[in-house]
Ligand binder design. Structure first.
Ligand code: AMP
Ligand code: ZN
Length: 487
């Protein structure tokens, strides 16, 4: 049984799909939503930790036989994108398109499985408008002179995810910016009218930094950040209140899982719950999972500290993106992870080692059930990936035939995603097999001087022999993999 820590109850719970939890027949379809990137700059390694966490969750659900419908939004309009466009003299769409492209390229390098949908905010404005109209209609939203706001005091369950109390609510306080007060409640913008400076002295339309806006019955403007996740997650995963584009079996259902980085817990996720549940009268999401942050050399990532690294910074230093993925696997998602260049070097070597082992193994056949069971137990224990990784290494180092280890390690890599299925098997060069056998004979006869000569001869051919209680094991020097190991 898969167990997950649900931030809503602050407890470990058995995971059940929505239908299962209702006692209804199920085909094991589950909906998973992750808050995606704001494409105003290259995605940094902290963001990648959260997105790899989403990918691991998806893979664990699939490992357990669930059919996952995965949705991740692309925030392609917000304050930061407009500011980036203005400062660089570009249009907001150019900025968004550039960094969205970078996001998808890096996603592939990290072996993150693609989601079913990556809806862009600007392509779903209609859904957001419908949702805001419903909130206005039900009295949860009101119009002010700079935008339409959600009235948090009207939603009685406000604070149920973050646990922040109503005492913090400053009467009449409103927040319009996309950067929010992390401690206090305030009414938040669902829709923003063009800023006053632009309304009073509009920039020429040729100015690419002009704040974009869309027509709406409550006034021309642009959406706030929170509303996009409510509208798009419900559009693609629950059918409420839109319905039209949904698969029948998901219609009207509560979304199974929602993830993001822990900084989104309040107010972003809290606000998503408020908007969605106020509009539909139904529970929005069953399981909330929030991933802890990545630190860099013990510090919070910040522009002022110059410690915001991207995947291309990793590559420039000669590391593989997959080494970063491996590093993420070494910490539990609810613990902080400290990134250091030294730790990246260590896991890069571990990855080389792993590959050179697997590449020398026989074709996969029947696996080692015991290790596979232990692995499943670890991943199902609230995604204990560090333990699962250790079990994978135990399997690698075990005495089972290489064909069995190969089979089990590939099964485990369906969750870990280190790309082992793409490894080619290393073939022995011509004549090497005979030399290995001859060397073993010499060794058994106590002729170590001659057997050592053959070891060196084999090394010249790129074959490395290691003597084990089970007999000689060999590895073939495969290009970069072993070259780097030797440095
Ligand atoms: P953003 O593009 O800023 O909306 O962030 C995208 C995702 O990355 C969100 O889920 C954030 O919570 C997450 N995130 C931001 N900084 C970090 C960090 N240092 N470590 C882990 N996740 C992060
Ligand atoms: Zn979101």
């Amino acid at each position: 049984m898969l167990k997950l820590y649900n931030f809503l109850s602050r407890k470990i719970e058995d995971f059940k799909s929505f239908e299962n939890s209702q006692g209804k027949p199920t085909d094991n379809v589950v909906g998973l939503y992750t808050c995606g990137p704001t494409v105003y700059d290259y995605v940094h390694i902290g963001n990648w930790r959260t997105f790899v966490f989403g990918d691991i969750l998806r893979r664990v659900l699939e490992f357990n036989g669930f059919k996952v419908k995965y949705v991740m939004n692309i925030t392609d309009i917000d304050d930061k994108i407009i500011a980036a466009a203005r400062s660089r003299g570009l249009g907001f769409r150019e900025i968004a398109a550039k960094y969205e492209k970078g996001f998808f390229q890096d996603l592939q390098k990290l072996n993150i499985k693609r989601a079913d949908h990556y809806p862009r905010a600007t392509e779903n404005i209609d859904s957001m408008i419908k949702l805001i109209l419903r909130l206005l209609d039900k009295g949860f939203a009101y119009k002010a002179d700079d935008g339409v706001y959600f009235s948090v005091g009207k939603f009685k369950n406000y604070g149920k995810l973050s646990g922040l109390s109503k005492a913090g609510l400053k009467k009449g306080a409103r927040i319009n910016a996309d950067l929010y007060d992390k401690e206090n409640w305030s009414d938040f913008a669902l829709w923003k009218f063009p800023s006053t400076s632009l309304r009073t002295s509009p920039q020429p339309s040729s100015n690419p930094g002009l704040e974009p806006s869309w027509e709406a019955p409550f006034g021309k403007g642009r959406p706030g950040w929170h509303i996009e996740c409510s509208a798009m997650s419900m559009k693609y995963l629950s059918g409420e209140p839109f319905g039209s584009e949904l698969r029948a079996e998901l219609h009207g259902r509560t979304i199974d899982l929602h993830t993001g980085g822990v900084d989104l817990l309040f107010p972003h996720h809290e606000n998503e719950i408020a908007q969605s549940e106020a509009a539909t009268g139904k529970k929005f999401v069953n399981f909330w999972l929030e991933g802890e942050h990545l630190l860099v050399e013990g510090e919070k990532m910040a522009k002022s500290l110059g410690n915001i690294f991207t995947l291309s910074d990793i590559s420039k230093k000669g590391f593989e993106p997959l080494a970063l993925r491996y590093l993420f696997l070494t910490a539990h998602y609810r613990s902080k992870l400290n990134f250091t260049w030294k730790s990246l070097e260590a896991v890069q070597n571990a990855l080389f080692n792993l590959r050179s082992e697997v590449a020398s193994w026989d074709e996969p056949k029947i696996g080692c059930a015991g290790y596979e069971n232990d692995f499943k137990e670890a991943i199902n224990n609230d995604l204990d990936i560090p333990k699962a990784l250790a079990i994978m290494w135990e399997t690698v180092k075990s005495d089972y035939p290489t064909s069995a280890r190969h089979q089990s390690v590939l099964v485990m890599d369906r969750v870990l995603g280190l790309g082992l299925e793409k490894l080619e098997r290393a073939e022995l060069p011509k004549g090497a097999k005979e030399l290995i056998e001859k060397r073993e004979e010499l060794r058994k006869g106590g002729n170590f001087k001659e057997s050592d000569k053959l070891r060196k001869e084999l090394q010249k051919m790129g074959v490395y022999v290691e003597d084990t209680p089970q007999g000689p094991k060999w590895k073939v020097k495969k290009g970069e993999v072993l070259d780097k190991l030797e440095q």
